[in-house]
Design a protein. Structure first.
Length: 409
């Protein structure tokens, strides 16, 4: 890559990416019409494999039942050459699509409502571009089409446990995610803590049912559940330090069958989001204690199950700095934004616990964006122009990271 100035390389890749626009839209729409849920991405896996094979890129033997891993080698690649990893997720959500465009989901109850169809097409586009300039690549590009991001335990940790980083040792890993809140053509990056650790909370409150006219003869789990909901809120306001972001939300409550019957059991569920593991562990203990003590005080019993979700996503500061430079080179500095931390969660966090890397927002929003065009919405409809942006940016960033790695002593 030293033979081409940054601006010249960016121009070449941008021009190539623009020519790919119709093809990337076709690929994305095909995947969009045939969404597959987490751990079920058989067709999507086949589409990716066949696409890479046409490019002459050999796929690795499967690490998992679904998903694809392939190493795109530069012409002079040899053992010990630097590798940069690029990741896209491929699964859909259990959602009925409510859009009216001509390529809606053909699978009832399944929809690509989080942009994973876009991510997959972007990475395939990057593979096309990188394959066309492999004589110039100073290393290898590890293409990771990951299954099951949407459902814990996710696909990232099983891939790691299956030995992806033992077989390959990338110098860094890069990922991008569609965000309709960021204008199309722009990206937003965040150094350090970017996304939250997430845990699912499941409560069972058990008492003594009875007639609603005689509550003194019952042990009311409904009233106790209400007190538990109120009590756990104080953890954020009185246990969490004011400078630390944290969320505890009870999102569902079920109990009873009639207005005049006190039920014996109430169940609730919710989520907890934190930005560091120490606070996460502390809140786990405080939650258990609060639920137990409130229940005892109300004359009932309560059990809390905490299902551990993804850890906090912490972007490497130096890799993020280098990525911001690459993004500015490719898109123009005015199109590179700073992102605030988000309380959403992503299993890309597991990769960042193993190797340095960064995960950024790629804009898919438009000025004419309609209400409801949000992630996980049945009317999510990202701007397809972002396919060209994402494919080119992935390819250019990979080139620059390999160049930097090859130049290190």
């Amino acid at each position: 890559m030293n033979s081409a100035p940054a601006s010249a390389l960016a121009a070449r890749i941008e021009e190539y990416a623009s020519r790919l626009s119709p093809e990337l839209s076709e690929v994305r729409r095909d995947i969009h019409m045939h969404p597959e849920l987490s751990y079920e991405e058989v067709r999507t896996t086949r589409v990716v494999v066949e696409y890479l094979q046409k490019l002459g890129i050999e796929c690795e033997p499967p690490f998992l039942e679904t998903g694809v891993v392939a190493l795109l080698k530069g012409a002079n690649y040899k053992e010990g050459s630097p590798i940069i990893a690029l990741r896209a997720d491929i699964d859909a959500l259990p959602l009925n699509e409510e859009n009216s465009h001509g390529f809606c989901s053909l699978e009832p109850g399944k929809m690509h409502a989080c942009g994973h169809d876009m991510h997959t097409a972007m990475l395939l586009g990057a593979a096309v571009i990188l394959a066309s300039i492999k004589d110039e690549l100073q290393g290898g590009v590890l293409l990771i089409f990951q299954p099951a991001e949407e459902k814990a335990p996710g696909g990232a940790r099983p891939l790691i446990e299956a030995g992806i980083f033992k077989k390959f040792s990338p110098v860094a890993i890069l990922g991008q995610h569609c965000f309709p809140s960021v204008p199309s053509g722009k990206v937003a990056l965040c150094k350090g803590s970017f996304m939250a650790a997430t845990d699912e909370l499941y409560f069972t409150v058990s008492g003594q049912g009875g007639h609603a006219s005689a509550p003194h003869k019952a042990a009311d789990p409904v009233l106790a559940a209400a007190h538990i909901i109120t009590a756990v809120q104080h953890l954020v306001s009185r246990v969490v330090p004011p400078h630390e972001p944290a969320v505890v939300s009870i999102a569902s409550i079920h109990g009873g069958s009639a207005p005049n019957i006190i039920p014996s059991t109430v169940t609730m569920s919710g989520t907890m989001r934190t930005m560091n593991e120490e606070l996460r562990a502390l809140l786990h203990k405080k939650l258990q204690a609060t639920v137990t003590h409130v229940a005892e005080g109300m004359g009932v019993t309560a059990e809390l199950e905490i299902r551990h979700g993804y850890p906090a996503l912490v972007n490497d500061a130096e890799i993020t700095r280098q990525a911001a430079i690459a993004c500015a080179d490719y898109l123009g500095r005015e199109n590179v934004l700073d992102s605030e931390p988000l309380m959403t969660a992503e299993d890309f966090a597991y990769y960042l616990q193993e190797i340095p890397g960064t995960f950024w927002q790629i804009g898919t929003g438009t000025a004419e964006q309609e209400r409801g065009n949000t992630l996980h919405s049945p009317t999510f409809n990202p701007d397809e122009k972002a396919l060209v942006t994402g494919a080119g940016l992935f390819a250019y960033s990979a080139c620059r990271f390999l160049e930097n790695a090859a130049g290190r002593p």
